[in-house]
Ligand binder design. Sequence first.
Ligand code: ADP
Length: 421
Amino acid sequence: MTVLLGCIADDFTGATDLANTLVKAGMRTVQLLGVPRADLAVPDADAVIVALKSRSNPAREAVAMSLSALGWLRSAGARQIYFKYCSTFDSTDAGNIGPVADALCDALGTGFTVANPAFPTNKRTVYQGYLFVGDCLLSESGMRHHPLTPMTDPSLVHVLQRQTPNRVGLVAHATVARGAAAVRAAFDELARSGVRHAILDAIGDDDLLVLGEACADLPLVTGGSGMAMGLPRNFARAGLLEAGRGSAMPSITGPAVVLSGSCSTATQAQVADFRRTHEAFVIDPLQITSIDEVVAAALDWARSRLGSRPILFFSTAAPESVAAVQSRLGREQAGALVEGVLSRIAQGLVVHGARRIVVAGGETSGAVVGALGVEGLQIGAEIDPGVPWTASLGEPRLALALKSGNFGSTDFFLKAFDCYG
Ligand code: ADP
């Protein structure tokens, strides 16, 4: 396999977001859950993303995990490395963006890289090195109260400078507006003056395309998922990426199920819409006396129904009942209980032949994918913005749509099964 773009993402949902961006730009993309074991059969792909869970780890651990991912990606032939982090630059003075970027630069033998979390579609823009969330500076947004990585300084030059002993510089919007050649000249100038990390301004997708073009020859690019938007074109220009290869997915047929542990507003409407025409099994955390019993009851219920039409298992509830459950069981205990039950049901359903699975809920998806032992995902076409179909690697192959929180239209569950492929 010869990978063109090798990506290292510092969390799972961020990796999916990046995967989606690359697929839309014409790259066949695979997302691996952690650094893969040596004998995992990874299908041919133009881009491979190793999804780590390294955002909030001690910097030393994040560096070690990232270097291990880099080792795998280089052995797969990656021509360029992309380090993906959050569009709100989630980090502390201890890292991990600076230490990881420095370690990757050292390992790749390069003295210069760029950093740009901008994602204009989601209203994250960078101007004069300052990160805006909508019309607020980062430090005035909700991110200032983040429990793990509170962001109280909107200047990315200053934020990153505190995370690295190397010099941080800026390519301001006035330069970006002059096009890729001007940006490349600015890179050369900054590198000559001893800058290792250049923060890049971007206030719209046009800027990201210019920046992507300017980064064609950099061994390492770092950013949010937006910054990756312009990179696939470089490979196409170099004749390495065939147009229209798209995201051909394996044919996966077999019983269809939905598992919903999300209580977000959109999910509540999706569950109600599905139940109008299809059968569903409700999981009420307050009624659970034994996990084994509820799982057995759910699988018993499923046995005669599995196969003909999609069926749903849900704990989705309105805020009042979630609050009641949480006050009785505790927030974390309730979450762990429901995630455990849905994961065990998912395992049983696969044993009984289920092959096409929609999961609603970010945490719920992580728990289900973990319980199913999924090691990687081939990324397919978008069902709704931000939610692609995926196919698990390894046997049995499962079609998985992992939908977090408020994503998807009201008819998402049935629409998803109509458009796998
Ligand atoms: P979302 O993406 O909508 O935030 P998540 O799966 O990330 O969904 O989070 C929902 C959390 O709520 C999970 O930990 C889940 O186990 C928990 N949960 C689900 N149903 C209930 C319920 N009825 N009462 C309390 N907690 C619940």
